[in-house]
Design a protein around this ligand. Structure first.
Ligand SMILES: *[C@@H]1O[C@H](CO)[C@@H](O)[C@H](O)[C@H]1NC(C)=O
Ligand SMILES: *[C@@H]1O[C@H](CO)[C@@H](O)[C@H](O)[C@H]1NC(C)=O
Ligand SMILES: *[C@@H]1O[C@H](CO)[C@@H](O)[C@H](O)[C@H]1NC(C)=O
Ligand SMILES: *[C@@H]1O[C@H](CO)[C@@H](O)[C@H](O)[C@H]1NC(C)=O
Ligand SMILES: *[C@@H]1O[C@H](CO)[C@@H](O)[C@H](O)[C@H]1NC(C)=O
Ligand SMILES: *[C@@H]1O[C@H](CO)[C@@H](O)[C@H](O)[C@H]1NC(C)=O
Ligand SMILES: *[C@@H]1O[C@H](CO)[C@@H](O)[C@H](O)[C@H]1NC(C)=O
Ligand SMILES: *[C@@H]1O[C@H](CO)[C@@H](O)[C@H](O)[C@H]1NC(C)=O
Ligand SMILES: *[C@@H]1O[C@H](CO)[C@@H](O)[C@H](O)[C@H]1NC(C)=O
Length: 728
């Protein structure tokens, strides 16, 4: 697949646009020029950008200089500019240019969670933890939170080159050692602050999950009470605010943040941001930024997305990224409902106050329509649909899930909502709510009909033990990989459901709280970012791929009984912090291996030379099939009913005991044959590499087949899942 200019507008629209004011048809584009910065100073790179732009921008439309929004000059080469579609197309034809794509808007996708995954406060820690810097690309941070108190912290590591753009009243400290913000195109709207300060809450939450210090007795109004902490409480944070309230996160800002974070010297980048649209690797700002980060030894840990449970929804699937799904922990929040007839139901929700334990009259939303707003569906309790007089002081039953703004506006004291989804996440609402299953809801509806004065009460939420945890939550995006079907994504799963962490007290969503409970793969990602930093603190020289391999091959295995999508839900399984620092063997990958892989994906030598900035060649010999990329997992897509037989090459590096012998142990399900040669690997030295060949053959039936290859020396278990699945 060639790196083509991506058009969002059809020819017809293009024709119409040319009839309108030309300025209107300009929008922000990224022009990506790859690497190749080594011989150039910043000034020369910028004048190169202006000159490229000057070749396509005609003077009657506006001077080239005015169209240049930003030059990326530190870690990779490119620029952002306001362009018409024709200009973008012209640029994409130029020799120097790898790709041109419109700047897209992206979405943002404790306490208990760490103990749950076998990582107690007392866990063994490296003295180098305080040298590790995690870069957070998010909504900023609330630096005054207790989670970011720097008492006892030494000054930043000497190699740190970042900056604190201390706008307004924002100041960094020895915990939050860097902070920048990016809003390159257009003015910052009034509900946002032109500063790294977080007015949303999301960035404060993810930063404290990755690296917040220990804060005893944290809770949301008593819920989830305990010690809040991040994965690496001694590590440093560098904040890059790229997401804005009401606007999302734009590609041109994301790339500017990558450009700086790489040059500043972060060790891990945590990115809880994505897009539901999948693109070729070098027309995707996140894939581009993370490729250059990986090339500089920085692991990018990212969220899989919240578009599950449909298949092929996974985002951030480039093989150089770590892609994290979201799963439950053993605490779930329930909200009990009691009816006047004594019936009690266990619903799901986070109520910090609950109606005060009294029974209130219960009505069905359908029976209280707002007469001034005919046609609005009061049975769903949408905002404005309910009659204030009839709803005031009552509990409203609603046929679907909503924020609760309808019942709140109508003066209700609480609401009961029906959902036919899996109901596996507890959300906060505008008033006390309990969310019930379709079956329980049917009983409530019958009760309302069967009595003249129905009543109900909704209680404050409780945290209950959930013995079925962990399982991947329904919203977590699923594989297979939409662009490279033979690379397994997501890579692994981590807690992302009902997570308590620090919050911005000026958040529009939930103001005046300093710790909040929210859910998303956004919450799972910083757990793994923190653990990547944890591994890095023990093994400062490991490559991003080695750290990634350690996290993947040591993951706790998960069961298909609660996860019908198996590896497409959880990848290799649930992250296992303590084993990840001692994996025994790692599957390492160098930049040149990614280049081989990309050759095999059809990218040309010319394109790859620009991207890598070196003399990368795509020759027949160098034409790496995806099967030989040294990935720590295996995926294979095959048409139904077809015989298949493939060979994978892999190389492991000994990072355990010098003299050690690993033997292979396979779990081979029916329908697929697997052989490994050699079946025993003997090492004499640390960092010694050994290669082996894996053959997988059989006939593709209707269902996916999961197997696993485990190298074991009796102590370590280096496990790689193998998934063979029908390609349609
Ligand atoms: C800093 O400024 C913001 C916005 O102006 C304000 O909301 C916030 O309370 C201030 N924070 C502190 C700690 O002074
Ligand atoms: C942005 O702000 C500047 C200066 O306040 C103003 O002149 C300009 O009109 C604003 N632009 C937009 C698009 O609002
Ligand atoms: C913990 O916080 C709760 C409420 O937030 C408070 O009632 C309680 O006294 C605190 N406990 C300790 C030991 O500080
Ligand atoms: C009922 O509808 C009218 C007209 O849309 C609206 O002004 C009013 O706020 C609604 N009442 C409630 C309680 O939502
Ligand atoms: C709901 O009720 C139906 C019919 O009684 C039953 O078959 C089904 O298993 C119930 N579902 C759940 C989730 O309990
Ligand atoms: C409740 O009663 C109404 C009319 O009396 C009827 O239309 C409706 O189907 C009944 N609902 C249930 C759940 O029984
Ligand atoms: C590499 O392999 C791909 C896919 O088989 C093919 O499209 C491409 O032309 C090959 N390139 C070279 C340089 O051999
Ligand atoms: C191989 O795997 C099986 C099943 O998982 C297990 O029972 C057995 O102990 C393993 N053998 C070795 C040598 O680890
Ligand atoms: C396999 O799938 C096809 C098409 O979805 C279906 O017609 C066939 O019955 C399935 N076979 C089995 C054994 O499930």
């Amino acid at each position: 697949m060639a790196l083509r200019f991506i058009s969002l507008i059809s020819c017809l629209l293009l024709f119409r646009a040319s009839l309108m004011d030309v300025a209107l048809s300009q929008k922000a584009y990224v022009v990506y020029l790859g690497d190749g910065l080594t011989d150039l100073d910043e000034g020369s790179v910028k004048s190169l950008h202006s000159s490229l732009l000057g070749q396509v921008v005609t003077s009657e439309i506006g001077a080239a200089a005015e169209r240049l929004i930003h030059s990326y000059t530190k870690s990779f080469n490119g620029f952002a500019a306001l362009l018409s579609e024709e200009e973008a197309e012209a640029l994409s034809e130029m020799n120097e240019v790898v790709s041109v794509f419109p700047s897209e808007r992206r979405e943002l996708h404790t306490t208990r969670s760490w103990n749950f995954m076998g990582f107690p406060t007392t866990s063994y820690r490296s003295v180098f933890e305080s040298d590790v810097v995690i870069g957070m690309l998010d909504t900023g941070i609330w630096p005054e939170s207790d989670s970011f108190d720097d008492t006892g912290f030494a000054p930043p590591p000497a190699r740190w080159r970042g900056a604190c753009e201390a706008n307004h009243n924002f100041t960094c400290n020895n915990k939050v050692i860097g902070a920048r913000f990016y809003h390159l195109n257009g003015n910052i709207s009034d509900d946002n602050i032109a500063s790294p300060r977080d007015s949303d809450g999301h960035g404060t939450h993810t930063a404290s999950t990755a690296a917040g210090r220990l804060v005893p007795n944290a809770s949301l109004a008593g819920l989830a009470e305990g010690t809040a902490r991040g994965g690496v409480p001694s590590a440093r944070l560098a904040v890059y605010k790229v997401c804005w309230d009401g606007e999302g996160c734009s590609d041109i800002d994301l790339l500017a943040a990558f450009d700086d974070a790489i040059a500043d010297g972060v060790d891990v980048i945590s990115l809880s941001i994505g897009s539901p649209i999948s693109r070729p690797y070098f027309s995707d700002a996140i894939a581009i930024g993370s490729f250059h980060a990986t090339k500089q030894g920085i692991l990018v840990s990212s969220s899989a997305g919240n578009n599950g449970p449909s298949r092929s929804t996974v985002a951030n699937f480039a093989p150089w990224m770590l892609t994290v799904a979201a799963s439950t922990i053993d605490r779930k929040f329930v909200s009990f409902v009691e009816l006047g007839d004594g019936h009690v139901f266990q619903g799901t929700a986070i109520n910090t106050d609950g109606a005060d334990g009294k029974l209130y009259p219960l009505i069905y939303g359908a029976n209280a329509p707002n007469k001034s707003s005919p046609g609005s569906a009061s049975r769903f309790c949408s905002s404005g649909s309910l009659d204030g007089q009839r709803s005031k002081g009552k509990v409203i039953f609603c046929d679907s899930l909503s924020t609760g703004s309808g019942p709140l506006r109508a003066g209700a004291v609480a609401a009961i909502m029906e959902t036919d989804d899996s109901n596996d996440v507890a959300y906060e609402f505008d008033l006390p709510v309990s969310v019930l299953s379709a079956n329980d809801s049917a009983i409530v509806r019958r009760y309302i009909n069967s009595t003249s004065h129905p009543t109900a009460r909704v209680f404050k939420s409780k945290g209950l033990f959930d013995g079925e945890a962990p399982y991947v939550v329904s919203f977590s995006s699923r594989g297979p990989n939409p662009v490279t079907p033979n690379i397994l994504k997501p890579d692994l799963t981590a807690p992302g459901v009902d997570i308590l962490a620090a919050w911005s007290p000026i958040s529009v969503d939930k103001s005046s709280v300093t710790y909040n409970i929210i859910s998303g793969t956004s919450m799972a990602c910083p757990h793994v970012s923190g653990l990547a930093a944890y591994v890095k603190s023990f093994h400062p020289k490991w490559s991003p791929a080695a750290i990634k391999s350690a996290l993947i091959t040591t993951a706790f295995t998960m069961s298909t009984t609660k996860n019908a999508d198996a590896e497409f839900a959880y990848g290799a399984g649930h992250v296992n912090p303590l084993s990840a620092i001692n994996p025994g063997l790692v599957y390492d990958v160098e930049t040149s291996d990614y280049v081989k892989f990309l050759c095999g994906q059809g990218y040309t030598a010319g394109e790859l030379r620009k991207v890598t900035g070196d003399s990368s060649q795509c020759t027949e010999k160098n034409n790496g099939t995806v099967l030989h990329l040294n990935y720590p997992t295996f995926a294979l897509s095959v048409p139904r009913g077809k015989q298949f037989s493939v060979t994978y090459h892999r190389t492991v590096t000994n990072v355990g005991v010098a003299k050690s012998t690993y033997a292979v142990n396979m779990t081979t399900p029916l329908g697929v044959e697997i052989s490994v040669d050699p079946a025993v690997l003997s090492f004499e030295e640390v960092l010694e590499k050994k290669s082996f060949v894996v053959k997988v053959w059989g006939k593709m039936k209707n269902d996916s087949v999961s197997a696993a290859l485990v190298w074991t020396d009796g102590i370590h278990k280096v496990r790689s899942p193998i998934v063979v699945y029908p390609s349609d």
